[in-house]
Structures are given as C-alpha cells and as structure tokens.
Design a protein around this ligand. Structure first.
Ligand SMILES: CC(C)(COP(=O)(O)OP(=O)(O)OC[C@H]1O[C@@H](n2cnc3c(N)ncnc32)[C@H](O)[C@@H]1OP(=O)(O)O)[C@@H](O)C(=O)NCCC(=O)NCCS
Length: 190
C-alpha cells in the first residue's frame, strides 16, 4: 500500500477521546463540502450530535492528520443488528488538502476495514452532482460497484483473508508509530 502523503501527514484510526477533533474537522468543511458529506444541508448542532453518535457506536474512523490537526476523515458506521453485514461509509477532506490523493487513501483504508469486519454492503450517501466523489469511487471499480443515478451508492466488499487482516494490522502499527514520533517531536519543540 504505497501512499504519498504531504510532509508531516499521517493516516491512522481515531482513538477514544478524539471526538472533538473529528467534530472540529467536519465544522471546518466549507458549505458545499458539508452538504456533500451529509447529502444535504445540516446545522452545526446536527454535526455535533452526529459525531457523538459515531463515538458511541462501533464506528471505525480513519483520520488524515497534518501536524496533529485532523484535516480529513473516513467513517465506517455499522447499520446495526437489523442489518448485520451492512455499513455506511463517508469521507471528507478539507479543501486545501483535496486533490492530493488523500480521499483515495482514506477510501482504501475504509474498504479494507469493511472487508475485515465482514461487511458485504456499504452505503454511501452521494449526491448525483458530486463528481469528485464519483471519480474517486471509480478508481476502486474492481472492488466496488456504484449506482450514481441514486443518492445512495451501494458497495460490495470482498471477503476477509489473512492477508487483508495483516494489511490493516500493519497500517495500524505504522499509524501508531508515526503518531508517537509526531507527539515526541512536538514535545521537544515546545
Ligand atoms: C470527495 C472527496 C472526499 C475527495 O477527496 P480528495 O482528497 O480530493 O480525493 P483524491 O485526491 O484522492 O482524488 C480522487 C479522484 O477525484 C478526482 N479529482 C481530484 N481532483 C478533482 C477535481 N479538482 N475535479 C474533479 N475531479 C477531481 C480524480 O479522479 C482523483 O483521482 P486521481 O487523482 O487518481 O485522478 C473530497 O472532495 C471531499 O471531501 N468532498 C466533500 C465531502 C464529500 O463529497 N464526501 C463524499 C460523500 S460520502
């Protein structure tokens, strides 16, 4: 999984207690970004409640951090006991960091996490006019099928294998080590 990220950047899973970072990132999206992220206009209060719910559910959120600040996120949220093999996926990247491959890297991690948790179907609320997200999803044509005629896209994910589990495990190990180095260098700078 070779990814070229901007200097000082890392992608890793969010830890317990990082909900405020996630909320602040979503609140920093511009109006179009927020609308595209949620499939419609939503208030600041809605964003707050949405993030609180993500923390209380079994959601997996991958974050794109630049110098310790969360600038992009991809969420994998199970739909619950009534739909045990289905989840919702959503991605957001703040404008200055778009078009640098961050969305692709986040979607790749999310698909791997979905596969390793046995989710067979992912739902993505994508507005029909959201060309960027459609372009992004097309890059993963081999792994997913999308119907952009509708607001909801459905993604079929492959079955987990020992290799796919190992890939996620290794990515987590790398993310943790980089976060520790980042923290250490910021403590030394202070
Ligand atoms: C959709 C979004 C996540 C894409 O993130 P990103 O970091 O820009 O994505 P990438 O840089 O990996 O680009 C993915 C693909 O989009 C396309 N793309 C990139 N920049 C583009 C642009 N300016 N115009 C049109 N297409 C573009 C390219 O095909 C690109 O693939 P390539 O670089 O291999 O050619 C980001 O635009 C975003 O956060 N939008 C607001 C929220 C949203 O729409 N979320 C999706 C709903 S779930």
């Amino acid at each position: 999984m070779q990814e070229v990220l901007p200097e000082g950047a890392v992608i890793r899973k969010l830890w317990i207690g990082e909900a405020a970072k996630y909320r602040d990132h979503v609140l920093r999206l511009d109006r179009d970004g927020r609308r595209n992220r949620f499939g419609g206009e939503v208030s600041d209060e809605f964003v707050g409640s949405y993030v609180d719910l993500s923390s209380s559910l079994d959601a997996v959120v991958h974050g794109f951090f630049v110098d310790g600040v969360l600038r992009g996120a991809a969420e994998l949220r199970p739909l619950g006991l009534r739909f045990p093999r289905q989840a919702e996926a959503a991605i957001s990247v703040e404008k200055p960091w778009q078009s640098h491959g961050v969305g692709s890297a986040l979607l790749r991690r999310t698909l791997l996490a979905a596969r390793n948790r046995g989710f067979r179907l992912l739902h993505m609320a994508c507005l029909a006019e959201n060309r960027r997200m459609q372009q992004l999803a097309r890059k993963f044509d081999a792994e997913l099928s999308f119907d952009f005629g509708n607001v909801i896209g459905e993604v079929e994910s492959s079955r987990p294998t020992p290799l796919s589990l190992m890939r996620e495990f290794m990515a987590d190990g790398h993310g943790f080590a980089t976060a520790m180095l980042d923290l250490q260098s910021r403590i030394l700078r202070a």
